[in-house]
Write a protein that binds this ligand. Structure first.
Ligand code: NAP
Length: 251
């Protein structure tokens, strides 16, 4: 991809399945990459696997103070930020009527408020420098309704509208897009899905396979590169065709 070499890249939730694959991809592209995550042990494991990573920064993205302090550490590491992969997120499976106020608050705090806190810190630095690219992690759950994830679905729909609003106010110096994956087999989901569940998901998808973290990493790399220089304010679905025919509406 053009324009990624030596770029300064920050990946939140970078120690997770999609985040670590994205870190590997940006390192391959010659970028300088730092992870921001709350999971210290997982960060260490990713740093061992990818020794050219910068030292990770620990932060809870749902806590505005924690994010502010983390960006002060980032300032000491990088002189300016070029690319933010705003990826940290959580999901909890629960029927709508069983979602407690605490669960609702937790999911919205990480997936939507966290995205805002991190994006605002990043945007200030990009505007003070040469500009940049912000890529927010959405989901097909932000585009279609899905059973048992009402809080998660609402948070990801919010990410799409946040993305559009940011693109309007931050252009032309900053491009802002959202990436909306369908089923991506991260290590966590490998453990969660039974072989039968996996077979059913695969049969439903036009491309007859679940996504890989590397598929999403490739889309992040493209959208962050100069090759996507006329794309902003969009959400891009990457789902093997899952929602093309409304398949998501099935239980
Ligand atoms: P993952 O493997 O669980 O990675 C998420 C990472 O974010 C973990 O390291 C997690 O740490 C970290 N994190 C969670 N809450 C945080 C917080 N408050 N502050 C800082 N870091 C935090 O999940 P993933 O599948 O790679 O998902 C990454 C993103 O993709 C999420 O936003 C998710 O909603 C989105 N997504 C995933 C899929 C999919 O099928 N996998 C599909 C659509 C969208 P802990 O382990 O300590 O929680």
């Amino acid at each position: 991809m053009q324009g990624l070499k030596n770029r300064h890249v920050l990946i939140t939730g970078g120690a997770g399945g999609i985040g670590s694959a994205t870190a590997a991809r940006f390192l391959e592209e010659g970028a300088r990459v730092v992870l921001m995550d709350e999971d210290q042990t997982a960060c260490r494991l990713v740093e061992e696997a990818l020794p050219s990573l910068e030292p990770s920064i620990l932060a809870d993205v749902s806590d505005a103070d924690s994010v502010e302090k983390a960006f002060i550490k980032l300032d000491a590491l990088f002189n300016g930020l070029d690319i933010l992969i705003n990826n940290a997120g959580i999901s909890v499976r629960n029927p709508f009527l069983d979602i407690t106020p605490e669960q609702w608050q937790t999911v919205i705090s990480v997936n939507l408020s966290g995205m805002f806190y991190v994006a605002q810190q990043a945007a200030r630095r990009m505007l003070a420098g040469d500009g940049g690219v912000i890529l927010n992690m959405g989901s097909t759950n932000g585009v279609m309704g899905y059973h048992y994830y009402a809080d998660y679905n609402a948070s990801k729909a919010g990410v799409i509208e946040l993305t559009r609003s940011m693109a309007l106010e931050l252009g032309p110096k900053i491009r802002v897009n959202a990436v909306c994956p369908g089923f991506i087999m991260t290590p966590m989901q490998e453990a969660e899905y039974t072989p039968e569940m996996r077979r059913i998901f695969e049969e439903k998808l036009p491309l007859r396979r679940l996504g890989r973290p590397e598929d999403v990493a490739a889309l992040f790399a493209f959208l962050a590169s100069d090759e996507a220089s006329f794309i902003t304010g969009e959400y891009i679905v990457i789902d093997g065709g899952e929602i093309a025919g409304g398949l998501a509406s099935q239980a």
